[in-house]
Design a protein around this ligand. Structure first.
Ligand SMILES: [Zn+2]
Length: 401
């Protein structure tokens, strides 16, 4: 950061100088800057960034790198040919030690042009538009929390901080997973700015692990009129396998299997020779991963003349509510209390990149982003009134972790 920028920031805040955070003044700081938060979110939402459009995602990455560098960060891109480049920004800290990792993603599920039918707008106490909730408001909190920490602590942050914004979270994080895990291993804690849970804004202290499998049945095709008895229907076999797979669901353990799509056959007058199903597996505990994987791989055909092929596996480990995660949640809860509200926690079925970091045993708190609803849907929105205290919570957490 240039000394001039620092000076500007320093002059812009109330800048309480005490060593103990003065929480009400921290909240006031963000309440006074609510319109700046809104403006940042608007700017980020209006740069569309669908996972499958590298150019679009890179445009957003470059803009954010510039903003983080203005705040004194050192930005670097992890280049990827197929997806947008992943953005890493490092900030030095007054005290040494391990950095806190702020984790999020640049990409959204919305194709380019969505803004035409779903423009960014302010109304009914909310910000509406693609990615407002998942998770562009979370990115805005990162920017404004860093800015606030400069205002409160001078030109160096109180502690080292790393920001990682990946470009492929909505499509499985294949190209970013290693980077996320490497940075998490070096971090004291990981704060994930994914959307909060519910309109009360709970943080997420447990997430299910996620896997995807494909079951392919090879039967034998035949003319359904001339040679019916020579055929072995892959569809009939697949239907029976789907019932068997659904029988593995164990809700008490938090183990679910959902056959999401099926495919098979060619025409009505042909006994189908091939059929397949793609299904999603969710586990609450890592120790269930091998068990369910073994069960799926040992599925036997009901019709011995059919062959089964199964591919896939668990690709996101569950984020389990470890003592490290509980301690981090308690810290956040204490800060929230001093900011004047009760921060709740939630266990959810959906996965995020926080699953990877928690899977390594690094204390991870997820759902620190915007409070709203409608992720991936046309009513995606965040509550404006919640913006200041979410930003304040993030800034105070960075100070105190
Ligand atoms: Zn997300």
């Amino acid at each position: 950061m240039s000394p001039r920028t620092v000076k500007k920031i320093l002059h812009s805040g109330p800048a309480p100088k005490s060593a103990d955070p003065d929480f009400p003044s921290r909240l006031l700081y963000f309440q006074e800057r609510q319109s700046e938060l809104v403006e940042t979110i608007r700017q980020i939402v209006e740069i569309e960034s669908p996972s499958d459009n590298k150019q679009a995602v890179d445009r957003l990455g470059v803009l954010l790198a510039g903003r983080f560098e203005k705040l004194g960060g050192h930005a670097k891109f992890h280049r990827t040919p197929r997806f947008g480049d992943h953005l890493q920004v490092d900030f030095a800290g007054k005290r040494g030690g391990k950095p806190v990792l702020l984790l999020g993603h640049l990409d959204t599920v919305y194709p380019l042009g969505t803004l035409n039918s779903m423009p960014f707008r302010v109304g009914e106490g909310r910000l509406w538009g693609p990615g407002t909730f998942d998770m562009k408001s979370g990115i805005a909190f990162m920017l404004h929390a860093v800015e606030a920490l400069h205002a409160w602590h001078g030109d160096q942050l109180p502690r080292p901080l790393t920001v990682l914004l990946v470009s492929d979270e909505e499509v499985g994080s294949d190209t970013s997973r290693r980077i996320t895990e490497n940075l998490a291993r070096k971090a004291a804690a990981v704060l994930v700015l994914e959307p909060a849970q519910g309109l009360k804004g709970a943080v997420k202290t447990a997430r299910k692990g996620v896997g995807e499998y494909v079951l392919t049945v090879i039967g034998k095709s035949a003319h359904s009129g001339l040679d019916f008895e020579k055929g072995e229907s892959a569809i009939v076999e697949l239907a029976r396998q789907i019932i068997a797979i659904s029988g593995l669901v164990d809700l008490k353990r938090g183990l679910t299997l959902n056959v999401g799509t099926i495919q098979g056959g060619t025409r009505t007058n042909v006994v189908p020779g091939e059929a397949s199903a793609v299904f999603d597996v969710r586990i609450a505990r890592m120790k269930d991963a091998t068990g369910i994987d073994r069960k799926l791989r040992s599925l036997k055909p009901f019709n011995r003349k059919c062959k089964l092929e199964i591919t896939g596996g668990i690709n996101r480990p569950p984020m389990e509510r470890t003592p490290g995660i509980v301690a981090l949640y308690k810290k956040a809860g204490d800060i929230a209390k001093q900011l004047g509200w009760k921060l709740e926690e939630a266990a959810v079925g959906g996965g995020s990149d926080g699953n990877f970091t928690a899977g390594l045993g690094i204390p991870t708190l997820d759902g620190l982003g915007g409070v709203g609803e409608g992720a991936h849907a046309s009513h995606e929105s965040v509550l404006i009134s919640e913006l200041p205290r979410r930003a304040a919570l993030l800034a105070a957490l960075i100070e105190s972790v």
